[in-house]
Design a binder for this molecule. Structure first.
Ligand SMILES: Cc1cc2nc3c(=O)[nH]c(=O)nc-3n(C[C@H](O)[C@H](O)[C@H](O)COP(=O)(O)OP(=O)(O)OC[C@H]3O[C@@H](n4cnc5c(N)ncnc54)[C@H](O)[C@@H]3O)c2cc1C
Length: 411
């Protein structure tokens, strides 16, 4: 397929998460009339993942509250939802082998396989009360376990670990969070944001232990009784939740001979070296002219914008992917929103006051704005998205001045 020509024949999408669902939907919206096979290896209709560590974990609603669309949508749109798992891709024959033994021919194949949890490799980590949080079934069982447990140890102070910790605390559990790094969410946010959230969690009664590693899970038979730490301490608990990052699902692409590094390698069109295969979402390591070099992101925005970009290309409107990253995380009563990529900054300017629980960290690199991290300041976040999408910047002095109307910087 040339980059400007619409694809002919079936589109097979491996993975029915945020990216896969959006791709199938956007293809139909763009008038794509050939078959679409959306391979879904989970037992549910495609659903939203973010609530799994937030509202869904806290609430009482059933799985149907998470579904993007009801079953009827797929039949109405003639999207073939295939409840199976892709196990191999035969590029010469242009087909996908499923675990059931069936094969699906493709005109174009899209990997939207997402990522899976990185597993904890310490003694007793395989006990039933050592849990992870990635899929709906995980959140379902954690709801039940939260109702019965008195204490939980969370391993990893990233977004998911902290969202879970806040919910567990609200539900009345004693919560200890273990983090190897020197501050929470250190890989993703500025020290100002880390410090703020660390204090909020501590004020809510969550005990955060920094610079420590879990060395083993202690147990009485199959029952978890505690976690031993690298500094010799032992924290009693009856439940452990692990959030130590994810690994992209790249194996089938790799076995099919496609280039794989820290994700399935794609160009700025999200196309692999095979002109009949693309990759999108969490699994894709994509070339980014906007940021220079390659990126692999884990966010809903990235998954859905990738999907829209590929749907446009497959229906004859090829453009390089140029999405502006944004992200959010809800922890307790606080909403963190991030616009742009706040890595590699050399200057941080605060707008607002952490003590008032509403502020933003404007991040600069060589004098240019690269991203804004906002806590309970949705207006700053929306401003950041618009400004960064237009490749604009704002003087740090104006950013820090609450009397300066940000909107005037958009013109
Ligand atoms: C608990 C939780 C909370 C989150 N909160 C936020 C948030 O607040 N904000 C935000 O922006 N992002 C959040 N994220 C991240 C966001 O959900 C992901 O970035 C997004 O889901 C990525 O979409 P995806 O389609 O690439 O992957 P996924 O949504 O993970 O979907 C991939 C699907 O492919 C399936 N699959 C894999 N291999 C195969 C195969 N061989 N055959 C068939 N199917 C296969 C997987 O089982 C999965 O269903 C959160 C993630 C989690 C887990």
């Amino acid at each position: 397929m040339g980059q400007g020509a619409a694809v002919k024949g079936p589109v097979v999408i491996v993975g029915a998460g945020h990216a896969g669902f959006q791709l199938a939907t956007s293809l139909r919206q763009a008038g794509f009339a050939d078959p679409i096979h959306l391979i879904n290896d989970e037992a549910h209709l495609p659903y939203q993942r973010p609530p799994l560590s937030k509202a869904y974990l806290k609430g009482t609603g059933g799985p149907e509250t998470l579904m993007f669309r009801p079953q009827k949508f797929y039949s109405d749109q003639n999207i073939d939802l295939v409840y199976d798992r892709a196990v191999a891709v035969h590029r010469d024959a242009r087909n996908v082998l499923l675990a059931s033994g069936a094969t699906l021919d493709y005109g174009h194949l899209v990997f939207a396989t997402g990522a899976r949890n990185r597993l904890l490799d310490i003694p007793n980590a395989n006990l039933p009360d050592v849990r992870y949080l990635r899929i709906l079934d995980d959140s379902e069982s954690l709801r039940t376990l939260l109702a019965g447990a008195k204490r939980v140890v969370v391993i990893g102070a990233g977004f998911i670990g902290l969202e879970f910790a806040a919910t567990a605390r609200i539900k009345g559990l004693e919560v200890d969070v273990l983090e190897l790094g020197a501050r929470v969410m250190a890989r993703a946010v500025t020290a100002e944001i880390s410090d703020y959230f660390q204090k909020q969690h501590a004020d809510a009664g969550v005990r955060i232990h920094l610079g420590v590693q879990a060395t083993s899970i202690e147990a009485d038979g199959a029952k978890v009784t505690g976690v031993s730490l690298s500094d010799g301490r032992h924290i009693p608990t009856d439940l452990v939740v692990v959030g130590v990052g994810v690994l992209p699902n790249v194996e089938i692409a790799s076995e099919a001979g496609l280039a794989v590094a820290s994700g399935i390698v794609v160009d700025e069109y999200l196309l692999t070296s095979d002109p009949h295969i693309s990759a999108i979402g969490d699994c894709a390591l994509f070339a980014s002219p906007r940021f220079g070099g390659t990126l692999r992101l884990e966010s809903v925005q990235n998954a859905t914008d990738h999907a829209r970009c590929v749907a446009a290309r497959l229906t004859g409107d090829a453009k390089p992917y140029d999405g502006q990253p944004w992200f959010w995380s809800d922890q307790g009563n606080d909403k963190l929103q991030i616009a742009g990529l706040t890595t590699g900054y050399d200057q941080v300017v605060l707008r607002g006051d952490p003590a008032q629980k509403a502020f933003s960290a404007f991040c600069y690199k060589e004098g240019r704005l690269v991203g804004i991290e906002s806590v309970n300041r949705a207006g700053d976040h929306m401003f950041g998205r618009r400004l960064l999408a237009a490749e604009g910047t704002i003087d740090p002095g104006k950013a820090a001045d609450l009397n300066f109307d940000l909107k005037s910087a958009l013109n």
